[in-house]
Design a protein. Structure first.
Length: 278
């Protein structure tokens, strides 16, 4: 049976519905890949993505992240056999340890990404695969807040908006599939797949909803309503149920939409294979 990642993500991230939508599509796309073990989750964060994707039977050999608070949560989530507090620039493993390195929404946050890609090439065994998701080279230009001023001829406002989103999300780069191919080749890997996801209409909705729900903005009405501090009042369970029921219906077509052939989407999944000649 096909998993319904939209309902699952809304249940987890009900307090930030656009986050749930993006993550649900990411999960749907990532779930279509095969993950041979030993498996490393590079930049695992709190482990919620691995928990949904790989379950809670410690099917991921290692979760690694330099952020201690997040890693403590990952250690408790059940997805990992082991977690390591470490940085992608210096992976604490001997060469050829892993059959798969997975990295979800991590590389765009690393300003100098080349050494990290090189480390992944080193710790993969020959034939092993590096599977990662990042915002794509089209991400900035598919934002609703970029397209609307651009269509009105106001490029300055469009660029200002996209730059503000870069700062908010701490995105440092948006490589094209060709650029990723070059970075991977320099690290002893060949790119075997580059798949865009999040079509234009979905990213525009996501962007509008971030503004509507005040995601990333301080002190909004929605932010107050879903604040953990107000949990003791008891109404949040009802609100959560209403969000899940309403949006899992209303956003269904957005969740299921694929990027039409020949077009770009805001997200990019890349699969690379470690070559044998090293
Ligand atoms: C947006 S979160 C994604 C977390 C998780 N992969 C997920 O999908 O929920 C980005 C993660 O990348 C981690 N990160 C940032 N710089 C890193 C680096 N140099 N090496 C490894 N992880 C890094 C952060 O600590 C953070 O947990």
């Amino acid at each position: 049976m096909t998993r319904d990642y939209l309902t699952e993500s809304l249940t987890t991230y009900w307090f930030a519905p656009p986050v749930a939508l993006w993550r649900a599509i990411e999960l749907r796309v990532a779930a279509a890949e095969q993950y041979a073990r030993p498996l490393l989750d590079l930049g695992c964060g709190d482990g919620l993505i691995a928990q949904v994707l790989f379950g809670t039977d410690a099917c991921v050999d290692v979760g690694l992240d330099p952020w201690a608070d997040q890693l403590h949560q990952a250690a408790r989530c059940g997805a990992y056999r082991h977690v390591d507090l470490a940085d992608g620039h210096r992976l604490p493993y001997v060469g050829g340890t892993f059959a798969t390195v997975f990295s979800n929404s991590v590389l765009e946050h690393i300003p100098e990404v080349e050494p990290v890609v090189r480390e992944v090439g080193r710790v993969l065994r020959p034939g092993g695969r590096f599977i990662f998701t990042v915002p794509s080279d089209a991400f900035r230009h598919l934002l609703d807040g970029y397209i609307r001023p651009m269509e009105a001829g106001n490029m300055e406002e469009a660029e200002w908006y996209a730059a503000a989103v870069d700062v908010w999300l701490e995105h440092h780069h948006y490589h094209t599939p060709e650029e990723w191919g070059g970075l991977l080749a320099a690290a002893g890997m060949e790119m075997v797949k580059a798949r865009y996801y999040i079509p234009e209409g979905v990213e525009r909705l996501w962007d509008r909803m971030n503004n509507r729900y005040g995601v990333g903005q301080p002190r909004t009405a929605w932010g107050l309503l879903v604040s953990p501090r107000l949990r003791p009042l008891g109404y949040q369970a009802l609100l959560r149920r209403a969000v899940v029921r309403c949006l899992s219906r209303r956003w269904r077509l957005y969740y299921e939409a694929d990027v039409p052939p020949g077009e770009k989407g805001g997200g990019l999944l890349v699969v690379a294979r470690r070559t044998n000649d090293q």
